[in-house]
Design a binder for this molecule. Structure first.
Ligand code: FAD
Length: 346
């Protein structure tokens, strides 16, 4: 029948993580699922090294640092993480509880669901060449699972963002050669990585080089992927040989299965009220970038507020007959116990 959970949170971005904290303060344990293999949502996947300036009381904080801080903050609570799996199914049972199933077959039965799915599940933007997908997971990959796979190989890396540059630089220490192919002169990656890559490519006997060209096709031999056909800015076509191909064209968000769960959706966002941040289905809440209501602003700060109010609404749903109190973390002994702190500054 699957895992029995008080609450299941779909999405481990900053808002899903803070939802764990707000529930934990009220003594409610959560399971959290994310299709990515890491927590942090957009902060970790899209801009880990960029500074954020509008988190209350923190002058400046790197996006990945914010995720680490949130992770630290929820440590006292016994959270179960289910990463690298997408929630593909959400159904209401006859008794009003919910059944969820993930792409890895993990099943949950729960009284409440919080959808903190941001802009949807992230998937790598694919290399659009007819039939090249047959090499996916073998010669063609969208992430580096084990850098050792590339030792002594001729590697081609596609893309102009941070992931492409970072991996091209890192793998150049292991690979026989690394060729970075980008379609234009301007790179999106941080300037320091671009300068480093360009400088290294000029060193005699270097293993790294970069090519400005459009990918037009691929070459095969004996059932294996052996090269990419590229066209330079001047229109000259040639083939670049390879043994391994890594594509970093960024991640594209996709609302995915969430669209099929019977929720009121407006322009790819879930309609919620502003008292509980509950959807049209009682017991299913939505916080963070995934929700919409009059005046909604897609800010981390807004998602944090939504998480706090959703937690109170979930407490009421789980314990309808209990009186609800607003307690301060400064003075509440039960909250100190849950947080594992003494309640004094020493
Ligand atoms: P997300 O961070 O999008 O996380 C959602 C998670 O849900 C993802 O990990 C996704 O994989 C997962 N998911 C979705 N569907 C499923 C499913 N079916 N099953 C399993 N997992 C699923 N905001 C600010 O407040 N200040 C800033 O300075 C700021 N700067 C930004 C800079 C950039 C470049 C970008 C792109 C955004 C910035 N933002 C900023 C916006 C901020 O990142 C978002 O508001 C925030 O990430 C929303 O958090 P979230 O938890 O709602 O969703």
């Amino acid at each position: 029948m699957g895992i029995r959970a008080e609450v299941v949170i779909v999405g481990a971005g900053p808002c899903g993580l803070f939802q764990i904290f707000e529930l934990g303060l009220l003594g409610i344990k959560a399971h959290i699922v994310d299709s990515l293999s890491q927590i942090g949502g957009q902060c970790s996947a899209l801009y880990p090294d960029k500074p954020i300036y509008d988190i209350p009381a923190i002058l400046v904080c790197g996006a990945q640092e914010l995720v680490h801080r949130l992770e630290e903050q929820i440590k006292p609570f016994d959270t179960r993480f289910h990463l690298g799996q997408e929630v593909v199914e959400l159904k209401q049972n006859d008794d009003g509880s919910f059944h969820l199933r993930t792409s890895k077959g993990t099943e949950f039965n729960t009284q409440a669901v919080v959808i903190a799915g941001g802009v949807g599940s992230f998937r790598p933007r694919p290399l659009r060449l007819k039939s090249i997908e047959k090499y996916e997971g073998e010669t063609l990959n969208y992430k580096v699972q084990d850098p050792e796979k590339y030792r002594g190989k001729n590697v081609v890396v596609l893309g102009g963002g941070d992931s492409a540059l970072d991996w091209a630089l890192e793998l150049s220490e292991k690979a026989s050669s690394v060729t970075l192919i980008h379609r234009r002169e301007e790179f999106r990656a941080v300037a320091a990585s671009v300068s480093k890559m360009k400088a290294l490519s000029k060193v005699d006997g270097t293993k790294i080089r970069y090519v400005i060209a459009k990918v037009k096709g691929f070459a095969e031999k004996d059932g294996g992927l052996t090269g990419l056909e590229v066209e330079s800015l001047e229109g000259v076509t040639h083939t670049i040989d390879l043994e391994e191909l890594l594509v970093f064209y960024g991640l594209s968000p996709n609302l995915g299965p969430i669209a099929n769960w019977g929720l009121g959706i407006e322009r790819k966002q879930i309609d919620v009220d502003t008292e509980k941040f509950q959807s049209n289905i009682p017991g299913i809440f939505a916080i963070g970038d995934i929700n919409t209501y009059p005046g909604k602003k897609k800010l981390i700060l807004s998602g944090f507020h939504e998480a706090a109010l959703a937690a109170f609404a979930i407490q009421k749903r789980l314990h309808p007959d209990e009186k609800q109190y607003l307690q301060y973390t400064t003075t509440s002994p039960i909250m100190h116990e849950r947080l594992g702190v003494s309640g004094t500054l020493d």
